[in-house]
Design a protein around this ligand. Sequence first.
Ligand code: PLP
Length: 286
Amino acid sequence: MNIFLDGLIVPEAEAVVSVYDHGFLYGDGIYETMRSYDGVVFMLSRHIKRLQRSAHLIRLEAPEKERLTDAVYATIEANNLSDAYIRITLSRGKGPIGLDPGLCGKHTLVVIAEPFREYPALCYERGVHLIFAKTRRNLAEAVDPKIKSLNFLNNILAKMEAKERGAYEAVMLNAAGFLTEGTVCNIFFVRHGILYTPSVAAGILDGITRELVIGLARKNGIKVEEGKFYPEDLLGASEVFFTNTTAEVMPVARVEDREFEVGEITRVLRSLYRAEVRRYVSNNSR
Ligand code: PLP
């Protein structure tokens, strides 16, 4: 693949970053993941805004919106992609060993774009298996989950638990035992026709897909409640699904040993989301 690295498009073999980059040494940096459909990056402005917010929260200067937009589209075009997975990585940059970000010169900006690999159809037809991880989600007062940081070990530890237990994804609780989110997704569940999802105050990344799904649900007469919920609330649900940019709306067939059908509200929201993508793509085609 061709990679965008600090203003240049270079072949993957030449896209190398210094071993002194503080992103590598300390996980000091941030990122965003996006998806393009027919050559249009869905919700690009929202992703750029969130990248800039993450940068602000770690006091890292982020490039302007125009520069990031150009970098993303240049990378897609350099690889002749239409339906792509795209990742922007922004690290603190190269500097001597030592935690002080002031030691680093300029940030490092990388954009990767690859052909989008569809999730197996069976995942959407039947749903996937989740577990509750023993690993708790970072406290907002420690490393705020709102920062989409390069230090992803919290989530990686939970993901390893899911893998070890033969599950697809792990749901993390916060220190107080409330539901937060998956390792790369937000969690929703339905009880008595009402859609529930942990609030941002529970300590989650406020997913762009989550926000869109909440809006679509409300617009279509589905009541949504954001709040503090326990694992038992999830286990007592009639439907469960998760959301993120790449998987969109993904049904859940099992949480621990409790099984779920792919329910009506999940199906409706999945098809409303897909329609929203189509509408966005036709309104924003370049
Ligand atoms: N929560 C975490 C921890 C994530 O890493 C992600 C996406 O990568 C999400 C939630 C979902 O966010 P979005 O819908 O913006 O992709």
